[in-house]
Ligand binder design. Structure first.
Ligand code: SF4
Ligand code: SF4
Length: 376
């Protein structure tokens, strides 16, 4: 493969050291405890991203209402330990009653971390919805969005001219209007935008916005564009990842910290580097890095109509309906158990932030506990 960028020796040393740290234990298939509930509140969206199936879906199943959500949560024992809820889509801000859904959750789980994943394409609508949420007492609110390049590169992926300008305007104004609110950008690596990874990283860095990346998923069971990688596009992606890893190492004196045996001071730094290191590996040879995947145990994910699934990659493999039968019945049904057993066989793989980050954080906890808590 024809690579242009060579990582410095000090960075190679850091990566070699980190790749020897154990990531996760042998797979298990037990069902508890659920820590995160992800709800796709709609399939509707005002963008037409190339890799996305949501806007292409003809599914007109009614979307989960605040009353249905309240009844489902009240009846469930399995969901009592959730610490994070994520409202996603489609574009969640298109739901006029989004703040009611959020309030239903927060009322039952005071102090819960509540995320909304949005394309941030409509700044006015974003403010209206976030203000409605805040008025209803939703306090620990954070936003996640996608940045897939700078300028027209982002627009091409998102299928909408001006999407980049609107996204960045929203991001800047979120910073001003809600100074304490966390905001994160995720980059979907496609063969066509791999060369734009570094400039997107730098744009996010300049705005002090958390930035991650993941390889596009060719979703089975849904209509969307699918992707294959040539040697050239793969090499471009790896180049970008290496430049980012090098920048993170330099900014945070990773090599010096390892040499001085001060690694327990910055577990978040190793978490970030381990993610990027494994993304690099995953691009080259996709396989399961986390033996013990938490899908089907730590996470519950619902479609707008209440269908339960366990992971964003296997979302076509729904196991039951949480609105019709109750969440706990869907969670414990034979189809759910069978799906967990399949996952534990380690035949599927992915490397996505939502799934990998908790695995990495647990690995850091095992490595550094009880010396210090790991999250920034
Ligand atoms: S913004 Fe999100 S939901 Fe909308 S089309 Fe793009 S990827 Fe799909
Ligand atoms: S695709 Fe990934 S998240 Fe889904 S079950 Fe397999 S390893 Fe886990």
């Amino acid at each position: 493969m024809n690579r242009r960028f060579r990582i410095p020796e000090s960075v190679s040393y850091v990566l070699k050291e980190l790749s020897s740290w154990p990531l996760s234990s042998a797979p298990r298939s037990g069902a508890n405890p659920i820590r995160e509930l992800h709800i796709e509140v709609t399939h509707r969206c005002d963008l037409k991203c190339r890799m996305c199936h949501h806007w292409r879906l003809k599914d007109r199943t009614p979307e989960i209402t605040p009353d249905q959500l309240a009844r489902m949560l009240d009846a469930s024992v399995r969901l009592r330990g959730i610490r994070t809820a994520v409202l996603t889509g489609g574009e969640p801000f298109l739901r006029p009653d989004l703040s009611e859904l959020a309030a239903v959750i927060v009322k039952r789980f005071p102090g819960i971390s509540l995320g909304i994943l949005s394309n941030l394409s409509n700044t006015g609508l974003l403010f209206r919805r976030v203000d409605e949420c805040l008025k209803k007492g939703v306090t620990r609110l954070w936003l996640g969005s996608s940045l897939d390049g700078v300028g027209p590169a982002h627009d091409r992926v998102r299928g909408s001219r001006g999407a980049y300008t609107r996204l960045m305007r929203s991001a800047r104004e979120v910073r001003t209007r809600y100074p304490g609110m966390d905001l994160a950008f995720n980059f979907t690596l496609l063969p066509s935008n791999a060369g734009k990874l570094v400039e997107a990283y730098l744009a996010a860095k300049e705005m002090k916005i958390w930035f991650g990346a993941q390889k596009v998923v060719n979703h089975e069971g849904f209509e969307a564009e699918t992707y294959s990688w040539t040697r050239q596009t793969l090499s471009t992606a790896l180049d970008g990842i290496d430049r980012i890893i090098t920048d993170i190492c330099a900014e945070n004196s990773a090599f010096e910290k390892l040499l001085a045996k001060r690694e327990s001071e910055t577990p978040w730094l190793w978490s970030s580097l381990i993610y990027w290191l494994n993304l690099r590996e995953y691009m080259t040879e996709p396989r399961r890095f986390m033996r013990d995947c938490y899908a089907g145990r730590r996470y519950a994910m619902l479609s707008p109509g209440g269908d339960l699934f366990f992971c964003p990659v296997r979302k076509h493999r729904t196991v039951g309906n949480a609105l019709k039968n109750g969440f706990d019945a869907a969670w414990t049904c034979p189809a759910a158990e069978a799906e967990r057993k399949l996952i534990a066989k380690e035949r599927c793989h992915c490397w996505l932030h939502c799934i990998a980050n908790p695995v990495i954080e647990n690995a850091m906890e095992r490595r550094f506990a009880p010396r210090r808590k790991i999250c920034r």
